[in-house]
Design a protein around this ligand. Structure first.
Ligand SMILES: Nc1ncnc2c1ncn2[C@@H]1O[C@H](COP(=O)(O)OP(=O)(O)OP(=O)(O)O)[C@@H](O)[C@H]1O
Ligand SMILES: [Mg+2]
Length: 256
């Protein structure tokens, strides 16, 4: 078994392509994500955000092009080590019909009580857990206490964080959480992650603005790529959505 590294992952995509028969999908896409960097993927519904994250997770094999992880093309041989360092939070949060403790500690059964509470605080779930009759021992999921969509999402994120991932992939993972709480959680993440590379897909521009780099996709192709400040100063899609969402915020008096 190769020694599992604890350093953040560097990713290098060259002409990465995955298209379905319909022609929809992703690529070709060229992109470098430095170790410890953060990337936000923005784009309308069906623009290829999830496909890209699935490729980065090694859950799909690209039809063409290469994906290098720390300078090594990701192939069958490398998958196990890649997954060992991966925190993956899909668009649809999934909880098992068992205790909250087991749901959180699934990827790291040896996690201490202290670590569980720390991660619960990071995702702003600690208040809820204190209110639950059985605390962390409360059975949730299918037949247990029904959690809201946003609570399920936060539990799924906590589960991924507890693994101390080298690469954290969030697919619109806090979409059902109110914008203010999402903002707080992402602020907390910075402290918690430490040595990790972050790639997230989001519909919220203020979330993308928390990342070093933003990629805007349209029909699977990159149409804008740069720092959030650069993109906001150009007359493109990012700046247009930013204006729209700011206006919405002013009208509704909320964050997102
Ligand atoms: N298994 C599949 N078979 C065929 N087409 C697919 C499949 N999965 C995705 N697609 C198509 O590929 C395109 C990109 O899908 P993707 O799920 O990446 O979009 P997205 O940007 O994540 O959208 P959303 O904002 O709704 O999450 C869409 O047009 C979708 O219909
Ligand atoms: Mg998606």
């Amino acid at each position: 078994m190769p020694r599992v590294s604890t350093l953040p992952v560097a990713l290098d995509l060259a002409h990465l392509t995955h298209r379905f028969e319909s022609g929809r999908g992703l690529g070709p896409l060229d992109l470098k994500i430095p170790a410890g960097g953060s990337l936000a993927i923005v784009g309308s519904i069906g623009s290829g955000k999830t496909i890209l994250l699935q490729l980065l997770a090694g859950l799909r094999v690209a039809q063409a092009g290469t994906l290098e992880v720390d300078g090594v093309p990701l192939g069958q041989e490398e998958l196990r080590a890649h997954w060992a360092g991966l925190g993956w939070v899909p668009q649809e949060a999934f909880l098992f019909s068992t205790t909250l403790r087991e749901n959180l500690a699934m990827g790291r059964p040896e996690a201490t009580e202290e670590e569980l509470w720390e991660v619960a605080r990071t995702v702003c779930l600690d208040d809820l857990i204190r209110r639950l009759p059985g605390g962390l021992g409360t059975v949730v999921g299918e037949r247990g206490v029904a959690l809201s969509g946003g609570e399920r999402q936060r539990a799924a994120l906590a589960r991924a964080l507890l693994r101390h991932p080298r690469l954290l992939l969030l697919d619109d993972a806090l979409s059902a959480v109110d914008a203010e709480t999402e903002s707080r959680i992402l602020g907390n993440l910075k402290g918690y992650l430490g040595q990790s590379t972050l790639v997230l897909a989001t519909h919220r521009i203020f979330v993308a603005e928390l990342c070093d780099h933003v990629l805007v996709l349209e029909e699977g192709l990159p149409i804008e790529s740069g720092s959030p400040i650069e993109l906001a100063s150009q007359a493109g899609t990012f700046a247009r959505i930013k204006r729209l969402q700011s206006l919405e915020r002013e009208l509704t008096g909320t964050l997102g």
